[in-house]
Write a protein that binds this ligand. Structure first.
Ligand code: F6P
Length: 352
């Protein structure tokens, strides 16, 4: 029985064997991310105790705690990776600019981008949250990484993954050869391969979007949602609606059970909400590796040339036909928006 147990470490090493030219740097950094995930998981599972543990403190420890967990996760990931000499720079949702690597540890050939704790407002109510990360290869020649190294399209990614801290902790990652998922066995402190070669199921079950914003949505988005609900015609079934409001949780469920997550453009957020570099690229890479598709409503997220580290995008991700249907509704009904967003989309780093 034990011979069937595949730890994440063993799996990463096995995968490296497919690349005889690999130096092991990518292998090691994935393992470091798994370790960071374990440390963050240990803290997030204790988050509900913050009230009790903070009861002797006169400050609002509960509110503080939530903020602290964001910062804690951010620091754990930075510290786990700053001295490994695998990276030349990092970027995090928590920081406006590039995070520099101390010069004595610089010179690495990769850049790491991450959202340390996505959906962190859900910590208060014990809903699953997650970490998102992605890795680009450095393309400039200096010792330190610069913005150009960060602002690469998703199709250039070397690896991407996410960790979901839910009823169990799972790490899902891809190095461009399919997608595998690992579940943390808390008694062993090990991630074990639980979901090999994840594929988006052919038959989708769910659509996930915040319909509370529907009154701000464009005609295309309203019609698309009617279509998902089967309201437009009787020739297709309706999908179930599930929206957690923690994107990793919604995307993860739809990855395993089929469906679409969308956070579209609306009257208040004409360029959408989701961050291209720190959230969308990584998830798009993973879902496409699993046979799905991700778009900003105009075209593939992975083809999009970024112009800003904190650039936002409308985001549609899941089963290919559902995402392409959104693109079709936008083409047919949201021409004005497309023209306006198109100008933002085509901006270059120099313009931004
Ligand atoms: O990334 C931002 C995020 O927290 C996602 O995880 C989530 O899906 C979304 O925002 C929730 O936003 P809203 O509360 O506007 O639906």
């Amino acid at each position: 029985m034990t011979s069937k147990i595949m730890t994440i470490e063993r799996h990463i090493i096995e995968k490296q064997k497919d690349f005889p030219q690999a130096t092991g740097a990518l292998t090691a950094l994935l393992y470091d991310m798994a370790l960071a995930a374990k440390i963050i998981a240990r803290e997030t599972t204790r988050a509900g105790l913050a009230d009790i543990l903070g009861a002797t403190d006169s400050t609002n420890v509960y509110g503080e705690r939530q903020q602290k967990l964001d910062v804690f996760a951010d620091e754990v990931i930075f510290r786990m990776n700053d001295h490994s000499q695998r990276f030349c720079a990092m970027a995090s949702e928590e920081h406006e600019d590039i995070i520099e690597i101390p010069p004595r540890y610089g010179g690495g050939k990769y850049v790491l981008l991450f959202d340390p704790l996505d959906g962190s407002s859900n910590i208060d109510v014990n809903v699953s949250i997650g970490t998102i990360f992605s890795v680009h290869r450095k393309i400039t020649t200096g010792n330190q990484g610069v913005m150009i190294d960060m602002l690469q399209p998703g199709k250039s990614l070397v690896a991407a993954g996410y960790v979901i801290y839910g009823s169990s902790t799972m790490m899902v990652y891809s190095t461009g050869q399919g997608v595998d998922g690992f579940t943390l066995d808390p008694s062993l402190g090990e991630f074990l391969l639980s979901h090999p070669d994840i594929r988006v199921p052919e038959k989708p079950l769910f659509y996930s979007a915040n319909q509370g914003y529907q009154k701000y949505w464009s005609p295309g988005m309203r019609r698309y949602t009617d279509w998902l609900q089967g309201l437009d015609a009787d020739d297709h079934e309706s999908l179930s609606h599930r929206y957690i409001g923690s994107m990793i949780s919604d995307v993860h469920r739809n990855l395993l059970q089929g469906g679409v997550y969308y956070y579209p453009h609306d009257a208040h957020k004409p360029n959408g909400k989701i961050r291209l570099m720190l959230e969308a690229q990584a998830l798009a890479f993973i879902v496409e590796q699993a046979g799905g598709y991700a778009s900003d409503g105009i075209g593939s997220i992975l083809d999009l040339q970024p112009h800003d580290l904190h650039q936002r995008v409308p985001f549609f991700i899941g089963n290919r036909e559902l995402v392409e249907k959104a693109e079709q509704f936008i083409r047919d009904h949201d021409q004005d928006w497309s023209a306006q967003y198109g100008r933002y989309r085509e901006q270059t780093f120099a313009d931004a």
